[in-house]
Design a binder for this molecule. Structure first.
Ligand SMILES: [Ca+2]
Ligand SMILES: [Ca+2]
Ligand SMILES: [Cu+2]
Length: 343
C-alpha cells in the first residue's frame, strides 16, 4: 500500500498541468482544445425525477478508522448537520445523457478534445488511435475518439449500455447537464451523508465488512491490479446503474462503478479547516461554477471510487474516501449523479 496518496484510478486529463504521476497528457501539439459554442445550455425547470428524499440531521463526516491516505484529508471525522435534500437514486445513465445531448446539442469536453482516457484492458480502438500512456499510471491510455458515446474507444458504442453510467464527462459537462435537467450537483457533505444510508460511522455504505456472507456489494476490482481481473463481482468496467443492493436510503452504486463529481472545490485540509466550528450545510469556499469552460484547472471533489479500485492500490471505495480531479478532466470511470434542494 502506498504511503503517499496515489492518484488512484482516475487520470487527470488537463493539458495545463505539470507532469505528475496522475497526469495523462491528453492534448497533442497539433490538436489543442477547440472552442465550445454549445457549452451554455438553457436552464431547465426544477425536476426531482428519479430522486430520493434524503433526511436531514447530523452525521459524522470523515474517516473514523484512520485508514485513509493521509493526503486525501479524510480526517478529522466531525459532526455535520444538513437540511433535507434530494439525490438521484442512480448515476446519470447513457440514456439520460443522450436525451440531454439531443435536446441541447451539447458537446462534451472529451469530444472537443478528440480523445479521452480508457483503461488498457478495455480499449476498443485501432492501434493508431492509442496516442499516449500515462507515465505513473500506465494502465490509462489516451484514446482518440473515446468519448461518452464510445466509452472504450471508436470501435465501442453505448447500444448495450443505455442503463450504464455515462462516463468521459468532466465536472463542467456535469454542470451543463444539471443546468438543463433542473438539478444540481450534490455537495461533498450531501454525497457522503447520502452514501452512508443512515449507517453513521460505518466503513462502507452497507456496513463494516467488504463482502458480507461472501457477497460483493459493489463493482470494484478483484484479482491482480492492473493486469488480471477475476471479475468476481460481474464487471470489468461499468455495471448497470441499478446493480447490487441499494443502501439504506435507496441509493445504488455509491461505492465503486464510477467516480461521482461533487460541487465542492477539493482541498486536503477541508475537514481540518472546520475544526471547532459548527458545520451546517457546508460547501468548500469558492465552489461556485465559474461558468462554461472556465476554471478548468480547479480541483473538484470526486467520491465513491470506481471499477478500478482495489485494496492493493486504491481503497477509495470506503464511504469516507475522498478524491479529486480537475474540472476539465474526463475518463472512462468518472460520472455523476444530481441533487436538488427542497423547495
Ligand atoms: Ca468489477
Ligand atoms: Ca460510485
Ligand atoms: Cu480507486
Amino acid at each position: 500500500m502506498p504511503a503517499e496518496p496515489k492518484p488512484c484510478c482516475a487520470p487527470t486529463a488537463g493539458h495545463q498541468h505539470g507532469a505528475g504521476p496522475q497526469d495523462l497528457p491528453l492534448t497533442t501539439p497539433s490538436t489543442g482544445r477547440a472552442t465550445a459554442p454549445t457549452a451554455l445550455v438553457p436552464a431547465g425547470e426544477r425536476s426531482t425525477r428519479g430522486q430520493v428524499r434524503i433526511p436531514g440531521g447530523t452525521f459524522t463526516m470523515g474517516d473514523g478508522f484512520d485508514e485513509g491516505y493521509p493526503g486525501d484529508g479524510e480526517t478529522p471525522a466531525h459532526p455535520v448537520t444538513l437540511a433535507p435534500y434530494l439525490l438521484d437514486a442512480t448515476a446519470v445513465t447513457n440514456a439520460a445523457f443522450a436525451t440531454f445531448v439531443k435536446a441541447t446539442g451539447y458537446v462534451t469536453e472529451a469530444e472537443e478534445l478528440g480523445l479521452s482516457a480508457v483503461f488498457h484492458l478495455a480499449v476498443e480502438a485501432e492501434p493508431g488511435d492509442v496516442v499516449n500512456r500515462a507515465a505513473g499510471t500506465p494502465w490509462w491510455l489516451a484514446v482518440k475518439g473515446a468519448d461518452w458515446r464510445h466509452p472504450a474507444g471508436p470501435r465501442s458504442g453505448i447500444g448495450d449500455l443505455q442503463n450504464h453510467p455515462v462516463v468521459h464527462v468532466s465536472w463542467r459537462d456535469a454542470q451543463a447537464y444539471c443546468r438543463w435537467a433542473g438539478k444540481r450537483l450534490p455537495t461533498e457533505a450531501e454525497w457522503e451523508h447520502a452514501a452512508r444510508g443512515g449507517l453513521d460511522g460505518a466503513r462502507f455504505a452497507w456496513g463494516d465488512e467488504l463482502t458480507p456472507r461472501g457477497r460483493w456489494q459493489c463493482n470494484i476490482w478483484q484479482g491482480t491490479f492492473p493486469q488480471h481481473n477475476t471479475v468476481e463481482d460481474g464487471h470489468l468496467t461499468t455495471a448497470p446503474v441499478k446493480s447490487y443492493t441499494p443502501n439504506g436510503f435507496g441509493l445504488f452504486n455509491t461505492a465503486g462503478n464510477v467516480w461521482e463529481w461533487c460541487q465542492d472545490r477539493f482541498s486536503p485540509t477541508t475537514y481540518a479547516d472546520r475544526a471547532g466550528s459548527e458545520v451546517v450545510d457546508p460547501v468548500a469556499p469558492g465552489s461556485e461554477d465559474p461558468g462554461p469552460r472556465s476554471g478548468g484547472d480547479v480541483l473538484r471533489v470526486m467520491r465513491g471510487g470506481s471499477y478500478l479500485c482495489h485494496d492493493s492500490y486504491c481503497h477509495r471505495y470506503r464511504v469516507a474516501a475522498r478524491s479529486s480531479n480537475t474540472a476539465e478532466s474526463a475518463s472512462a470511470n468518472i460520472g455523476f449523479r444530481c441533487a436538488n434542494s427542497e423547495p
